[in-house]
Design a binder for this molecule. Structure first.
Ligand code: NAI
Length: 371
């Protein structure tokens, strides 16, 4: 394998959940040593199984030779402690999405790593300066936002905060490219580009359901537009828990403009977590025979839903929800979160599944005469 540029050879990954295990496996498969840390030994055990499965799958699909997969696997060490972090060139945290937990973690990390070790967060939405701005030498902090599943999604948002130095951003950019991922640079701001645009859209899709539009109509409308899955099915995939957290974050950062829907909160309280981590119920039920819409259970949980009104045409549902995305993407462009409509189009295609047949979000909006 090619030697990696910018001297980043040994990477600490903290948090061995869905994202941490995916990031650790991907990096190790591309020739770096990885030290994966979690506070719960059971999470490290599960991550070990997940990473083994990813290596096996890569061999089966012809993406890695058996020998490269075996060396990749050997490059991963796991720990519940801090031994070995002093020699890491880069640490990427992927713990729970919580400002206080992440701030505390960065305080702990800086006490164990070298002064120049790059410090990155995989946060979905939190501005990097809020979680890592307090560390000594914050010029080395940044966001590296990988997408789920890491093994399939090429996009990484490289998030540059007010303190991030140009040297840090350049080093990280070289590293991400050497990993075979496709980075776009985002200015640090809540939700960066993809989370912000996507979750404004998901929230409005849930609002349509609360207004009485059936799950089937909403998801079919967007599939007919070309999305590989509808927005409610996508919430199940992302996780109802993650969705609730991100809705909360966006409501906090965009008060008055982001009015969070409440259905996902009700669902979570009732144990409907979507499909993440093998959970079996959300907007759909996932059973051996296949997946079925879970509308009846949702209706029984949510007393405030409107019923009996006319159901809009699918074309109108899709048009309205796409318009929400376009408006938010335009705000991101105006605020300089990303540089160009081409960045928006690339990011939403490669990070969110926007239909390639439509070119890209802004391209579609231009053709549709919206912008
Ligand atoms: P997860 O809940 O699957 O995993 C989090 C892991 O962190 C758990 O194993 C937990 O034991 C561990 N942990 C918690 N506190 C810790 C600490 N102080 N030290 C070490 N380990 C600790 O979470 P997931 O979904 O992997 O998300 C992680 C981060 O990645 C979050 O910031 C999330 O917003 C972000 N993210 C999630 C995506 C997703 O689709 N799930 C996509 C992109 C980013």
């Amino acid at each position: 394998m090619e030697p990696l540029p910018h001297g980043i050879r040994r990477i600490g990954v903290i948090g061995a959940g869905v994202m941490g295990s995916g990031i650790a496996q991907w990096i190790a498969a591309r020739g770096c040593d990885v030290l994966l840390r979690d506070v719960q030994p059971a999470c490290l055990d599960r991550a070990g199984e997940v990473m083994r499965g990813l290596f096996d799958g890569a061999v089966e699909r012809g993406k890695l030779s058996a020998a490269d997969a075996a060396s990749g696997w050997r490059r991963i060490a796991t720990t519940t402690g801090w031994e070995g972090f002093d020699t890491c060139d880069l640490v990427i945290e992927a713990i729970v999405e919580d400002v206080a937990a992440k701030r505390k973690l960065f305080t702990e990390v800086v006490a164990r790593v070298g002064e120049d070790t790059l410090l990155a967060s995989n946060t979905s939405a939190l501005p990097i300066e809020e979680i890592a701005g307090h560390v000594p030498n914050p010029a080395r902090t940044l966001g590296l936002h990988f997408f789920n599943p890491v093994s399939r999604m090429p996009l990484v948002e490289l998030v540059v905060g007010p303190a991030t130095s140009a040297a840090t951003a350049a080093r990280a950019l070289g590293f991400v490219r050497a990993l075979g991922k496709s980075p776009i640079t985002c200015r640090s701001s809540p939700g960066f580009l993809v989370t912000r645009v996507l979750f404004f859209y998901l929230n409005e899709a849930v609002r349509r359901w609360e207004q009485g539009v059936p799950v089937l109509e909403i998801d079919r409308a967007l599939r007919e537009f070309g999305w590989p899955m509808g927005p409610l099915r996508l919430i199940d995939e992302v996780g109802v828990d993650v969705t609730v957290l991100i809705f909360r974050e966006l409501a906090h950062y965009f008060p008055g403009r982001f009015a969070p829907t409440t259905t996902c909160g009700w669902m979570l309280a009732a144990g409907l977590k979507g499909r993440k981590n093998g959970a079996g119920r959300g907007f759909y039920r996932y059973e051996d025979e296949g997946e079925m819409i879970n509308e009846q259970e949702l209706v029984s949980l949510f007393s405030g839903r409107s019923t009996g009104g006319p159901v809009p045409a699918r074309r109108d549902i899709a048009g309205e929800l796409m318009r929400i995305m376009v408006d938010e993407a335009q705000r991101c462009l105006t605020a300089g979160v990303v540089q160009s409509p081409g960045d928006v189009d690339f990011a939403l295609r490669s990070g969110a599944g926007f239909p390639a047949s439509r070119g890209g979000l802004m391209e579609w909006a231009r053709v549709a005469g919206i912008v």
